[in-house]
Design a protein around this ligand. Sequence first.
Ligand code: FCB
Length: 449
Amino acid sequence: MTLGFPDGFRWGTATAAYQIEGSTTADGRGPSIWDTFTARSGLATGDPACDHYRRYREDIGLLSELGIPYYRFSVAWSRIMPDGRTVEPRGLAFYDRLVDALLENGVTPMVTLYHWDLPEALQAEGGWPNRELADLFADYALTVHKVLSDRVQQWTTINEPFCAAFIGYGNGDHAPGIQDEGAALVAGHNLLLAHGKAAQALRSDGGEQEVSIVLNFAPVLTDVDDAAHREAARKFDFLHNRFFLDPLLGRGYPPELLADLAHLGTLEPAIADGDLEIIAQPLDVLGVNYYAPARAMPLEDPEADSNCPLPGLRGMDVQPPRGELTSLGWEQRPECFTELLLWLQEHCDGLPLVIAENGAAFEDEVVEGRVHDEKRVRYFADHLAAVHAAIERGADVRGYMAWSLLDNFEWAMGYTQRFGLVHVDFETQERVLKDSALFYADVVARNGL
Ligand code: FCB
């Protein structure tokens, strides 16, 4: 049986600048927080990653060979404005060439303006807890728009503000590696403000375009269905799935969430008059990243710190995942994907959705020039079927971007986690199509599964 997708469904792959580009000092690029964080923590760095800055033509060739018509990539602020403010034309020129090369190969570019790589110079001014960054981000967005908007129609402001704010400034597992949950909440608010101001800037510059933001969602499961477990799940659900979404939809922060976080004392004072209006710029589509659900349980002491990225979300813990895990230790639950999309359809009053990322890391091996990654093929097949089921039940899903085109630099995990449709040998930079790439190309060609 074929599971057909709607006509015009957008099939693509996604990447992010710091995870693939390498060449971190080329053409005047300034350091980003990921350069300094990885160096300081002794972690693997984004150099050379996939050396995509120099090999982008080869990589775009893979897209055209596979017949995948959309490509979501991010622009590095630290290439465009090495100090966060002053334009470096050579950095802009790279993305100009990249967009031309995509279009020459019949691939439609989708730009994400911020995928976590803040210029270090702006971290030196306090980073995202400093609200001035919202205006600077809007200036940067406009600068990129002026150069690419004659050829790019799909614009995403920010990727996963949850991770940028709470993992960057909350538990500090990501750059800039700061552990200050009060500051993390302010960072979250300022990222939303930056989104709103950038959306205004992009629209003020004219042109036909779709403006979106990409959020990561995790449906929250519990082992037991009682009041205490439901409340634990509610807390994590509101932090993870609604902190960013509800203000974007014009509803402000959910009152229960404000109450959960009130004792930290920083979020409400950070909300200036007019901020919520700026944040609630109309979205043309919502970008949805889904990988896995979360599990929550109540703590006996309702005042006890949480083990989640924001310890001050008291009285609940996130529990270990279950079943057959990916190599990153993530649970595989395609049915949660269907439920998530149906919930979003309802909660966002019919706002069109695009899956901006979905995929899985497994331990792959090249054997006689082939990579038989059955587990990834199964993950994609199951999750695409889950998207299809949501569409059948009324979700307005317009597209799907597989994460990722290439094995790449997986943030704090370095090069240990392979998410690519294409295997990358990080010593030789040789690319090998995995079976999942051929599987996905076939889905795209049939517009169905
Ligand atoms: C998402 C990120 C992306 C990648 C995947 C595995 O949270 O947006 O860059 O790391 O996870």
